[in-house]
Design a protein. Structure first.
Ligand code: GLC
Length: 740
């Protein structure tokens, strides 16, 4: 079989439109740089800079600011965490105002990345990015440290809630839209953390061994799409090593980001993740963070110290002697500085530094948070159609659990946002319940949140009260899961199990009331198997931001119809995970031995290991029928191949279905996954309504990465197109022949 190099069949479309919208950088592989006038301005500024000024720009001036060169009107870039809202709580990095100091602001707490992923709605991601970008500009800052696009490889990774799940295509689509939303506001988005940052365990010291094909097919795509499609203005390098070299000084920065993908923006380090001067500058690092006096405080952190990082590697004191000695060619210094200047010009920041222009936490931004929370929750189980609750026929509702009276808006660490407007499920249910009697019982405290409740006696009292409430109510709602202390940056979960005491609470309540509904907060799989058969209805609410309570109540009472689908495989037990045995690694070495077989790619090959719920799965209060898949019999690799399918709402109420398109290449010359997600569309349908959904496929969608030929290859021969309501609920299938 002839192998056709993918590049030979790709239609290269270059878009050189530059306007207020994010300037779409030059197409991949083209040599033009961004907007010509930008380059002239950049070159003009660079030529005026002294060597000292250029060196000054390579290291931050504070926790969250780059270094300004006032003499030339070059402003500091004022950064802020995090991916789902402006960080406004304790922690030195929680800088939230133009003056660079920390003042408490009530920024909008948007849903976590995993909830946006569960929505499978790129337009929602764009809206969130836009709303967040507007808030950053409104407080006079210039750059948001998000999105997080690291793949959910390990079920216990503390930051799974921040990312968009296990699939590179889904992650890429959402990342691109989010970045375009942020940058449409003239705010710099920072796609992070490049690359293979998939566990918190010893993140400053671990060395990830990952093969080239897994990098290209699993861990790179979202970064590549961010650069080549969204024209992302900055990339953050990760803490860990990849194949023996720290990310902050890894040759991948130049070889992959800058040369292969033609990245025009600048690279910023993760905080306290640089370990050398010449190697780091020569690798392409533009801004080491944090900088200035705070760097020293930062370095006192235990995990930073343990890694031997004594910080401040890119300060002028260290850089200048190495430029003079030639260890750092001045051309490298110039290129790193040029990239910062280019984005300052292209983003408009050099002409219009942000002032407190807009406003934050507006009803409009709050509405975006609510839409995200509503679209980002998943109905996992609904036996006997217990849900939606029929308010008219209910007299008493028991609302139980440690996550009932608290809005678990997000996971912990740099992405956490404390809004003053958090809505807990209990409050929203009370608002909704009208004359229904709502009986609240804590049931069990979140471990560590209330030590007085952690004694055996207190726990018995709490549980007895919860059982009594359940016994005397028409239905029992149990709200469990984690808090931002249990699922957080800086540490991984120790187990898939729910926090101590929650399984027993659920079992006791389910024994007391056959109409028990469990709603849980987590960013990844949790152990459900101990009680899933005793509980008729289960909702995965992830971390829904400040409006989570309203979204959950609306879904339970049927004001909205849940439409979320799993962005990761929901496994039964940790030992089923593809990374099991290769997580968290041995002696600080983590071997990604599963290669490309992450998530559903693995389970489709190892059919004896059945997940509890498959990737792409989620229920609805209505039902959908698929018909009429149409696509040409042959495809010559030119012009997109169009596949269309009709979806009908065969139920009695409006709903949104996420139609998924998978590709199979059964005759590939290399081992390939049984199927790979290459298209999806969220379609809203009234009862009885039909819509035809069209997908456009190109050769890239059919390709695998050949490590032998170091390029993407689409091999001629038969391909299958699978249309599914989940990765394991394939409703339509058709084949075509790729002729060349
Ligand atoms: C943190 C995180 C990164 C964050 C940065 C600034 O350690 O890894 O995501 O943006 O440092 O707080």
């Amino acid at each position: 079989m002839r192998i056709v190099p993918y590049a030979a069949v790709l239609i290269v479309s270059t878009s050189l439109a530059f306007a207020q919208q994010p300037a779409h950088g030059p197409a991949a592989g083209s040599t033009e740089v961004a907007n010509a006038s930008t380059e002239q301005r950049v070159q003009d500024l660079l030529s005026k800079m002294t060597l000292e000024e250029k060196a000054t720009m390579l290291s931050g001036s504070s926790w969250m600011d780059s270094a300004p060169i006032s003499r030339l009107g070059i402003p500091a870039i004022r950064m802020a965490d995090g991916p789902m809202g402006i960080r406004n709580w304790t922690g030195p990095s929680a800088v939230t105002n133009a003056e660079g100091t920390r003042t408490t602001i009530n920024s909008t707490a948007f849903p976590a990345g995993i909830a946006i992923a569960a929505s499978w709605d790129p337009e929602l991601a764009r809206e969130e990015g836009k709303a967040l970008g507007a808030e950053v500009a409104a407080i006079g800052r210039d750059m948001i440290l998000g999105p997080t696009v690291n793949i959910q490889r390990a079920p216990l990774w503390g930051r799974n809630f921040e990312g968009f799940g296990e699939d590179p295509y889904l992650t890429g689509r959402l990342g691109v839209s989010y970045i375009e939303g942020v940058q449409s506001q003239g705010v710099i988005a920072t796609v992070k953390h490049f690359v293979a940052n998939n566990e918190e365990f010893e993140r400053h010291r671990i060395d990830v061994a990952v093969d080239d094909r897994a990098l290209h097919e699993i861990y790179y795509p979202a970064f590549k799409a961010a650069i080549q499609e969204a024209n992302v203005w900055s990339v953050m390098s990760a803490y860990n090593k990849v194949n023996g070299v720290y990310c902050a000084e890894n040759p991948l920065l130049k070889s992959t980001l800058e040369k292969a993908w033609n990245f025009q923006g600048f690279i910023v380090s993760d905080w306290g993740s640089t370990y050398s001067t010449a190697a780091t500058v020569n690798a392409g690092m533009s801004i080491e963070m944090p900088g200035g006096p705070p760097m020293q405080t930062w370095l006192l952190r235990p995990e930073t110290k343990k890694s031997g990082n004594d910080g401040g590697y890119l300060t002028p004191e260290k850089v200048l002697p190495l430029v003079k000695s030639g260890a750092i060619p001045e051309a490298n210094l110039d290129d790193n500085v040029r990239r910062i200047l280019r984005i300052l010009v292209e983003s408009g920041l050099i002409d219009h530094p942000h002032t407190r222009t807009g406003s934050i936490d507006t009803p409009a931004q709050r509405a975006v948070a609510r839409k995200g929370a509503e679209e980002g929750l998943i109905l996992l189980k609904n036996s006997g159609n217990l849900l939606p609750l029929q308010a008219g026929s209910l007299h008493t509702i028991a609302v139980i659990g440690p996550n009932a009276a608290v809005d678990r808006s997000g996971g912990g660490g740099s992405s956490l946002v404390h809004s003053s407007l958090l809505v807990a499920p209990l409050d929203a249910i009370k608002e909704h319940a009208g004359s229904i009697d709502v009986r609240y019982a804590l049931g069990v405290a979140m471990p560590g949140e209330d030590p007085t409740q952690d004694t055996p006696e207190a726990r018995k009292t709490l549980r007895d009260a919860a059982v009594a409430a359940a016994k005397s109510s028409d239905v029992a709602l149990v709200f469990v899961g984690y808090s931002s202390k249990f699922e957080t940056e800086g540490k991984d979960r120790e187990t898939m199990d729910l926090p101590d005491g929650q399984d027993e609470l659920i079992q006791a309540v389910a024994a007391a009331n056959s109409k028990t509904i469990v709603v849980f907060n987590a960013g990844d799989p949790v152990t459900l198997t101990r009680w899933i058969d005793q509980v008729p209805a289960v909702v995965d609410a992830f971390y829904g931001g400040e409006e989570a309570g309203h979204a959950i109540a609306s879904a339970l009472f049927g004001d909205i119809n849940p439409s979320g689908k799993l962005p990761f495989t929901f496994i039964k037990a940790l030992k089923d995970s593809p990374s099991y045995g290769n997580y968290p690694g041995e002696n600080l070495h983590v071997n990604y031995a599963e290669g490309i077989y992450v998530g559903y790619r693995y389970f489709d090959k190892h059919v004896t290991v059945a997940p509890l719920y498959p990737f792409g799965y989620g229920l609805s209060y209505t039902s959908f029928e698929y018909s009429g898949l149409k696509l040409p019999k042959t495809y010559n690799g030119h012009n997109p191949l169009e596949a269309s399918v009709t979806v009908r709402n065969s139920g009695s109420r409006q709903g949104a279905e996420i139609v998924q398109l998978y590709i199979a290449d059964p005759h590939a010359s290399v081992d390939r996954p049984v199927k790979e997600l290459k298209g999806f569309r969220r379609v809203v349908l009234a009862p009885g309504e039909s819509k035809t959904v069209t997908f456009a496929l190109d050769s890239q969608a059919l390709s695998f990465y050949s490590t032998a030929q170091k390029q993407w290859i689409a091999e001629p021969g038969r391909f299958d197109v699978l249309i599914g309501a989940s990765s394991r609920d394939i409703r339509q299938k058709a084949s075509f022949e790729l002729t060349k």
